[in-house]
Design a protein around this ligand. Structure first.
Ligand code: AP5
Length: 228
């Protein structure tokens, strides 16, 4: 789908779902369509690792194992990014929060600036399919657009649809062994947030085993309704 929507009000969304559920893929689409900011703690942590910051040094081995980085580190990184002026127009939280401590910290951070979580959307998938999704994933090294060997290939082989770049990369933690641990961490520490957000009345679930365009249609309807 094409086009963007100009908004008078704003929304702050949490995308929940295990690794490979499509959080990043859909967050980028919502960002483009609604003018929201995609805030991915995975991307922020990978940038910290690449920059060799203290937080990045602490996070590197944890991420390679497929475990969760400590709440203190992630909340500090998130707090800094959330304070940037562009986030005032609405945020899509992609991969955050991942623990109850993080969810409570997010509520407190939002409340400090008179904001709140508008909707938490759980992308429901079968774990078994996630290994296939993740092991086939690659991204444009220039703009970060995501692709898949089978499910979403560039229109012109070897050229990014979004920016025309010709260099692509794969993530170090996208291997079957690490994906297994990431799925275990999701079910043990993050899945309880589905109940957390259900209790506050902002939870919606989506069948994310549908193809990418159908998931996008469902998500767009939820966000458009929230903005109406
Ligand atoms: P992070 O970067 O957040 O990774 P993740 O949660 O494991 O999620 P992924 O990026 O793997 O999956 P996704 O849902 O975005 O799927 P995508 O859209 O790419 O975290 C990495 C690590 O950082 C963690 O393990 C942890 O160590 C640390 N970390 C991050 N945040 C943290 C936090 N808050 N607290 C503590 N630690 C934290 O899609 C996957 C593939 O499938 C793509 O190739 C895509 O093209 C394809 N695809 C997508 N949707 C569909 C579809 N509907 N049908 C077919 N294919 C599809």
């Amino acid at each position: 789908m094409d086009g963007s929507i100009t908004t008078q009000t704003t929304v702050n969304l949490v995308l929940l779902g295990p690794p490979g559920a499509g959080k990043g893929t859909q967050a980028r689409k919502l960002q483009d369509r609604f003018g929201l900011v995609q805030l991915s703690t995975g991307d922020l942590l990978r940038a910290a690792v690449a920059a060799g910051t203290e937080a990045g040094k602490a996070a590197k081995a944890v991420m390679e194992r497929g475990d969760l980085v400590s709440d203190d580190i992630v909340i500090a990184i998130l707090r800094d990014r959330l304070a940037d002026p562009d986030c005032a127009g609405g945020v899509i939280f992609d991969g955050f929060p991942r623990t109850t401590v993080q969810a409570e910290a997010l509520d407190a951070l939002m409340a400090e600036t008179g904001r709140a979580i508008t909707a938490a959307i759980s992308l429901e998938v079968d774990d078994a399919a996630m290994v296939t999704r993740i092991s086939g994933r690659f991204t444009c090294a220039g703009c970060g657009e995501g692709y898949h060997d089978s499910f979403k290939t560039p229109v012109v082989d070897g050229t990014c649809d979004s920016c025309g770049g010709t260099a692509f990369k794969r993530r170090a933690d996208d291997n079957a062994e690490t994906v297994g641990q990431r799925l275990r961490a999701y079910h043990a520490q993050t899945a309880p947030l589905i109940d957390f957000y259900a209790a506050t009345g902002v939870l919606t679930t989506i069948d994310a085993m549908q193809d990418i365009d159908r998931v996008e249609t469902d998500l767009t309807a939820i966000v458009a309704k929230a903005l109406a």
